[in-house]
Design a protein around this ligand. Structure first.
Ligand code: BGC
Ligand code: BGC
Length: 595
């Protein structure tokens, strides 16, 4: 129904007519995407800018759904004021719910959705996310990631559904279908093209002239994110390219290019992959958007960055700050003939095609009547269901789980036992996420309190330093990773932290049976700790709805989740290729999970 082919035939003559009327500056404006703090609505009108975005944490001063709607509306109105009145499209990273917005429903990150394996559920999630986006006038999310992470040391592992391409494809397409099903269509970006999950540890290289804003800190931390995928073309196609082919066949209107490289060549200047394969071989009719300031990494000479990326097939540039420099550079490159006007017209055509296909020319704004639905009980119920299905039971000695709701007392410990921020992970309210009560939701402690019998005494201490002599049958440790995003999460040894291990030892001494709920963006190495644990649940970064966890811990629903990634015994078995090459079996295989 929403196939691109129908939109091509419906709108192509209107697009022709528009392009004929457009000046070069108006065309370049369409190709320009600016970060909202770097431009006023008046300048969006003045430069006929095509798109504005909020990066991670690009929130209005008062962060609530209503202020979001107002902020975005002002940029959309700026589009109406331009000479040709071409709609502006506003983009955000709604990668697990409309996750910058305080009060929005936060779903499990993709790794948890991968564990559900439930495409129908994920389609419903897409529809809910679309409704929360439309409430705030946003018509574009930079999701779903169709990355296929091959190395859990990568800080973006949790953005991927699975290490297996065949698991990723149907789930990503389901999410996209869901986004199309709300009252208006929401544009999705399949990202990051390509092999962002296939880079090698230690290959990230930052030069002072390009890169992330905080490149100095990034230089020290980033090791594999934005690195180089050193693989042959057959492997590239088999593991990393197939999701894009499937997305194009399903009518993809947008793909985001990856910061990373393939055999030493930056994706943002990779004409063979961007133009020959995507647009040629596979007939992609939508547009390619860059990643954040990513073209700047191509060369110390900004003009070369612009010329090479656009000529390679990039259609819209997430500048995101100095848009005047981008516009001036591209205009001058067109004037000098370094970029052909045909390439510009092709880029603009692709962008307009998406705007027509979404229906933005008829319906420029979202639907603020949906504001009350943002974070509503109905939406949270869908998230709770997803949490339930995402939990993977890895060990359950002596039928420790499910727990009875009628415990005399429970000992509760761990840094994530009462911490919405940790359970949500990165890309929540802020780019890197944050620990603590960062948004509305239910922590594990809240959820346990609501679930157990009123007579149950809960003893809570994140560090498990309980009063002397205190003992209980059951101790629950909710431990895991501090929030991170992108390369700030690259870790050579993704393992339980020393602090978490100490908590396990202290709690172990106080209880008959130790239940561990692991809140993490990837498998963590815990082979040595496993013997002291009676029951182990991988809960991933499950979002705001911890009642989904207690639904299963206390037996109202069964465990159904299956591992979306292999679980290595030790860090010598990382990355996945090393695990596969090793004679020793993994601790658990992809697909494992007890019922
Ligand atoms: C990330 C993208 C994201 C973009 C906009 C980049 O740093 O790599 O995934 O869509 O920022 O926030
Ligand atoms: C933005 C993110 C972006 C990152 C890239 C941050 O300041 O908030 O969206 O991905 O920069 O460096």
């Amino acid at each position: 129904m929403h196939n691109i082919l129908t939109s091509v035939t419906t709108h192509e003559s209107q697009i022709d007519a528009l392009i004929q009327q457009m000046t070069l500056d108006e065309k370049i404006g369409q190709m320009t995407q600016v970060e909202k703090n770097s431009i006023t609505p008046a300048d969006v009108t003045r430069y006929a800018i095509g798109s504005v975005l909020s990066g991670g944490g690009g929130n209005p001063y008062a962060n609530n759904p209503r202020e979001w709607a107002k902020m975005v509306r002002e940029y959309l109105e700026a589009g109406l004021q331009t000479r040709l009145s071409i709609p502006v499209i506003y983009g955000v990273d709604a990668v697990h719910g409309h996750n910058n917005v305080k009060g929005a429903t936060i779903f499990p990150h993709n790794i948890g959705l991968g564990a559900t394996g439930d495409a129908a559920l994920i389609e419903r999630i897409g529809e809910v996310v679309a409704r929360e986006l439309l409430a705030t006038n946003v018509h574009w999310t930079f999701a779903p990631a169709v990355t296929v992470p091959q190395d859990i040391r990568w800080g973006r592992t949790y953005e991927g559904f699975s290490e297996q391409t065949d698991v990723v494809i149907p789930l990503a397409l389901a999410f996209a279908r869901g986004l199309d099903k709300a009252q208006q269509r929401v544009l999705h970006s399949y990202k990051h093209f390509a092999a962002d999950g296939g880079t090698d540890w230690g290959t990230t290289r930052f030069d002072a002239w390009g890169t992330a804003d905080n490149w100095q800190a990034a230089t020290e931390t980033y090791q594999i994110d934005q690195g180089d995928a050193r693989i042959d073309e057959a492997t590239l196609r088999e593991i990393h390219l197939r999701p894009y082919k499937a997305a194009i066949e399903a009518g993809a209107l947008n793909i985001m290019v990856s910061f990373s490289s393939w055999n030493g060549e930056k994706m943002h200047q990779h004409k063979y992959l961007l133009t020959d394969v995507l647009k040629g071989e596979w007939g992609f009719e939508g547009f390619l958007v860059s990643d954040w300031k990513a073209i700047d990494q191509i060369s110390p000479d900004y003009r070369a960055c612009v010329v090479r990326s656009i000529n390679a097939g990039l259609d819209m540039v997430m500048v995101p700050y100095d848009y005047q420099r981008f516009i001036d550079t591209l205009r001058s490159a067109v004037d000098s003939g370094e970029v052909a006007i045909e390439r510009i017209d092709d880029a603009v055509r692709r962008i307009l095609r998406a705007k027509f296909a979404l229906g933005l020319f008829e319906q420029r704004f979202g639907d603020e009547t949906l504001l009350d639905a943002v974070g509503s009980p109905a939406h949270r119920a869908v998230a709770r269901e997803a949490v339930r299905q995402s939990l993977v039971l890895l060990k359950n000695d002596g039928q420790t789980l499910p727990l009875s709701k009628k415990q005399p007392s429970l000992l509760l410990a761990g840094n994530a036992v009462d911490n919405i921020g940790i359970q949500c992970g990165g890309w929540t309210i802020e780019w890197q996420g944050d620990s603590g009560a960062i948004t509305t939701g239910t922590s594990i402690l809240d959820a346990i309190r609501q679930t157990v019998a009123p007579e149950t005494t809960l003893h809570v201490d994140p560090l498990a330093n309980f009063a002397e002599g205190l003992q209980a049958d059951i101790g629950i440790a909710v431990i895991g990773e501090q929030p991170y995003a992108e390369g700030f999460g690259d870790r050579l040894r993704p393992a339980l932290s020393e602090d978490d291990i100490a908590v396990l030892h202290r709690l172990r001494a106080r209880c008959q049976r130790l239940v561990v709920v692991l809140v993490s963006g990837r498998p963590l190495i815990l082979t040595e700790q496993l013997p002291m644990i009676d029951a182990l649940v991988a809960a991933w970064l499950f979002g705001t709805e911890a009642l989904g966890v207690t639904d299963v811990l206390f037996g109202d629903h069964p465990f159904t989740g299956r591992l979306p990634f292999s679980w290595a015994r030790n860090s010598d078995h990382l990355p996945l290729a090393a695990l596969k090459a090793s004679a020793e079996a993994p601790l658990w295989r992809c697909g494992d999970g007890l019922s």
